[in-house]
Ligand binder design. Structure first.
Ligand code: ADP
Ligand code: MG
Length: 818
């Protein structure tokens, strides 16, 4: 165990610290090699005399860092002559791209620990920002301490010792200021045994506790020994130490520890400070000047310094809220390069060749003919947006957002007709077989009477059937294919694929989206009947999960967005109630009444089978109980993910046809299932579900004219977040509001309940907190790519793009840009 509050030196790493030989000892590189050293690392460094370091005086040298155990290091000047410099005079200037292992105090072993945190380079390290700050600027007098507060105390060590209790050894140190004394305790503190000597000055930081007798103490304080009070000129030494101290007498940055606590905040303070000092005095600013001006950005190096080591006078509140000029600079920069990448991608997509579909009167009539109802204003608007994309020669990349039940399907069919009437084929993909089938049935109902040929291609089809369908697609007989991932995974060739529609996009994940787009490109090209090898199909992705704007700007930033913000007419708002499950009797009675009135109901459980640890009610068991005991006179069905696909289909179909009154299920019914006369959704253990999930589930009801009810039953303890989720569900049915809260509660990585591949993991930005900066970054990215012009030179644009590519490659590796 390593001492908390103490820095950690890796013995191996300490050895790795390079010693510098005096000039006279080495004449040429050969000499050094002859000493027996092995070349470990070769790099260009800047030599900066220590005293000038801050002013930025430097000379470029070439350095060989030799086998570390031999402790050799030699610098060469530009002519290749070795130049030896005394340690005091050389400051190794690290390039941002240098591996962290060359930072003093790190080394190969600790570098590995850091890499688990995503810290690989010096640049990563200096962007490892404090997650909070401690105000240790004004140390406190012991007499003024109050229980419960966090305080910094600078005092003199009086005595210390280890005593053992039955539970653990406790280390006690008494520090004093004049006559007042303060007891400090460290539990399991054996490691501190020889740490303190009477008379030393120490800085202590921790929470003030009160023991049973009312005496004030510090428990587990962080500390730093500042100097020995008995030394010659005691005040002087202590003061100097204090001045240079990174621990007290200032606003101190607190970092998240790493390596299971081995690399402490204190350790990070030291190495980050070292790395900052070793950065080149002038970091080139990759952000173009005009953008810097628009946002009053401070220079990058200054921002890095000030974010780690705030100047006296910096607002403490701004620091805590990541709102200082330094924070804004770093956050904006990160967001800017993400948005620049996305903007570039949008532009490049626009520059590619797609199909310019005709939207003539014939096509309009064809669309009118299939409409089973009057579209809402919102549906009309988004169709216009989609149609106008489709008319353009560049391939459409559009995201259609619309809350559950808002009527996206018909819009998708309308878009399909535009493509088909132009002689192209359309692929519609759904995330599950059930949904694919549902789309297939409605497509046949709506499109086949008008003479369109629709096929279904899913994984569970017989091989012969699949082969048949693939042949129809390759020959162009089938105009609309509806399927699941099977469309992605199998070798499907199209005669003339013009439009790809992806429903409930978030289920596919982002990477699949990219795969899909790529596939079309390839397949279209390979298709024997195709004469347009380089033409890309239009892509329309649809999602019922409202995506908060911040995510839309990042995760989907390369897409244009359309929103259906209106429900079809005749819907009555869903009544949502929260109730504890000890009142389930009332709920079941209500459910009976609804069924007697001709309606249908869902009862949803968080798990299929119970298990001892969670004690959650489970679908299997409750199905038995509900069907045998509670509703013996009703038809109850069971649906969960482990059923055979055939059985799943059968159950779904029976429920859809009204042959089952109640469907007991897990979240498999979450997405897209459409049973218009289902009016009750009972969710047991509602406290266990995520917000997005609850919202999706509730979207299964209220799809017809009858009033619908969502009952959120809680069983057991509800966490604080759980309370907020349930509250939100009762309060609003606005999907966007719910999505924003979900994002806030779970963070972008976990949004939608599953980890989203492709959500950029930001170093310093926070999508919830920094939304305004994100909007600004998007605007500025567009400004930059609109250049060159009077405001911005080609050179600046190139530099920004170069920087963006390097970053993008590193952070999002798989995603291609440009
Ligand atoms: P989602 O956006 O969740 O996919 P759907 O497309 O499944 O929604 O539509 C939900 C229900 O609303 C369907 O039964 C559909 O037929 C119906 N619907 C859609 N648009 C309209 C409209 N303009 N007028 C009446 N009913 C509509
Ligand atoms: Mg749908």
């Amino acid at each position: 165990m390593h001492a908390p509050g103490e820095g950690l030196d890796d013995p191996q790493d300490r050895k790795a610290e390079t010693k510098i030989y005096r000039h006279s000892q080495v004449e040429t590189t050969r000499d050094v090699l002859d000493c027996g050293g092995k070349v470990r690392h070769y790099e260009e460094v800047h030599q900066v005399p220590h005293q000038h370091r801050r002013q930025g005086v430097g000379e470029v040298l070439h350095t060989l860092i030799l086998d570390t155990n031999r402790g050799l290091k030699v610098a060469q000047n530009r002519d290749g002559k070795p130049v030896m410099v005394s340690p005091a005079n050389i400051a190794r200037v690290l390039e941002p791209s240098t591996s962290v292992q060359y930072v003093k105090g790190i080394g190969p072993r600790l570098a590995e620990v850091l890499s688990a945190k995503g810290i690989h380079t010096v640049d990563d390290l200096v962007h490892y920002l404090p997650f909070r700050y401690e105000d240790r600027l004004n140390p406190r007098g012991i007499a003024e301490l109050r229980p419960g507060e966090m305080a910094t105390v600078i005092a003199e060590v009086r005595n210390s010792g280890l005593f053992r209790t039955r539970r653990m050894p406790i280390f006690q140190m008494v520090a004093g200021q004049g006559r007042t004394k303060l007891k400090c305790l460290w539990f399991n503190g054996a490691y501190l045994r020889d740490k303190f000597k009477p008379g030393q000055m120490v800085a202590l930081y921790g929470k003030v506790e009160q023991d049973r007798g009312g005496e004030l103490q510090l428990h587990q304080p962080q500390f730093e020994i500042l100097g020995d009070a008995n030394e010659e000129g005691p005040g002087d030494t202590a003061e100097k130490k204090l001045e240079s101290s990174l621990e007290v007498g200032r606003i101190v940055p607190i970092y998240e520890s790493a390596g299971q606590g081995r690399l402490t905040a204190r350790w990070f303070r030291r190495v980050i400070r070292t790395a900052l000092e070793a950065l080149p005095p002038q970091l080139q600013d990759p952000v173009p000047a005009t953008v810097r001006e628009h946002l009053s950005l401070i220079p990058p190096r200054e921002a890095l310094w000030r974010v780690h080591w705030p100047e006296a006078g910096e607002s403490f509140a701004d620091l805590q809220n990541a709102h200082t000029p330094a924070h804004l600079r770093l956050i904006f920069e990160e967001l800017f390069f993400v948005e620049l990448g996305l903007e570039l991608k949008r532009r490049e997509q626009k520059a590619r060749t797609g199909v310019a579909f005709q939207l003539n009167e014939g096509v309009r009539q064809a669309i009118k003919k299939i409409l089973p109802f009057h579209p809402t204003e919102a549906q009309k608007r988004v169709l216009k947006e989609i149609a106008s994309d489709m008319e353009k020669a560049s391939p459409m990349r559009r995201l259609l957002q619309g809350d559950v039940g808002s009527g996206k399907t018909i819009v998708a069919f309308e878009a399909a007709i535009i493509a088909i009437e132009n002689g192209y084929q359309v692929a519609l993909m759904a995330p599950t077989e059930i949904l694919a089938q549902q789309h297939y049935f409605s497509a046949r109902r709506i499109l086949e009477p008008a003479g369109y040929r629709v096929v279904l291609l899913t994984g569970s089809l017989e091989d012969d059937r699949k082969r048949d369908i693939r042949r129809h697609l390759a020959q162009g007989n089938a105009q609309l294919v509806i399927g699941t991932h099977a469309l992605l995974e199998q070798k499907v060739e199209f005669a003339r694929l013009g439009l790809v529609i992806v429903d409930e996009q978030h289920r596919f994940g982002v990477m699949q989206r990219f795969k899909l787009m790529k596939k079309d490109r390839v397949e279209t090209g390979q298709s024997p009947a195709s004469t347009q090898a380089h033409v890309e199909p239009d892509v329309l992705v649809m999602t019922a999960t409202p995506i908060p704007r911040t995510l839309a700007l990042t995760l989907y930033g390369d897409l244009d967005v359309s929103v259906i913000n209106e429900l079809p007419p005749g819907r009555t708002p869903i009544v949502t109630r929260r109730i504890s499950d000890d009142r389930s009797g009332e709920v079941w009675k209500f459910l009976c009444k609804q069924v007697e009135a001709g309606h249908r109901a869902y009862v949803v459980y968080p798990v299929i089978e119970e298990n001892e640890e969670t004690e959650l009610k489970a679908a299997l068991k409750m199905y038995k109980e509900l069907s045998n005991k509670v509703f013996p006179h009703l038809k109850v069905g069971l649906l969960h993910g482990r059923l055979e696909p055939d059985l799943k289909d059968l159950v779904m179909r029976m429920f859809q046809k009204g042959e089952l009154h109640i469907l007991v299920a897990t979240t498999v019914i979450e997405v897209g299932v459409d049973v218009a006369n289902a009016t009750v959704m009972v969710i047991e253990h509602a406290e266990r579900f995520g917000l997005a999930q609850l919202h999706q589930l509730r979207g299964r009801i209220g799809r017809g004219p009858a009033k619908s009810y969502c009952v959120l039953m809680t069983g057991g303890k509800v966490s604080e977040d759980g309370e907020r989720r349930l509250d939100a569900m009762v309060r609003t049915s606005d999907g966007f509001q719910i999505a924003e809260l979900d994002l806030e509660l779970r963070g972008p990585g976990e949004f939608f309940g599953t980890r989203q591949a492709g959500v950029p993991s930001f170093q310093v930005a926070n999508l919830v907190r920094d939304r305004q900066l994100l909007e600004a970054a998007r605007r500025e990215a567009a400004v930059v790519l609109a250049g060159p012009n009077a405001e911005i030179s080609q050179e600046e644009i190139d530099r920004a793009l170069h920087h963006m590519r390097a970053r993008w490659q590193k952070t999002y590796g798989l995603v291609e840009v440009g």
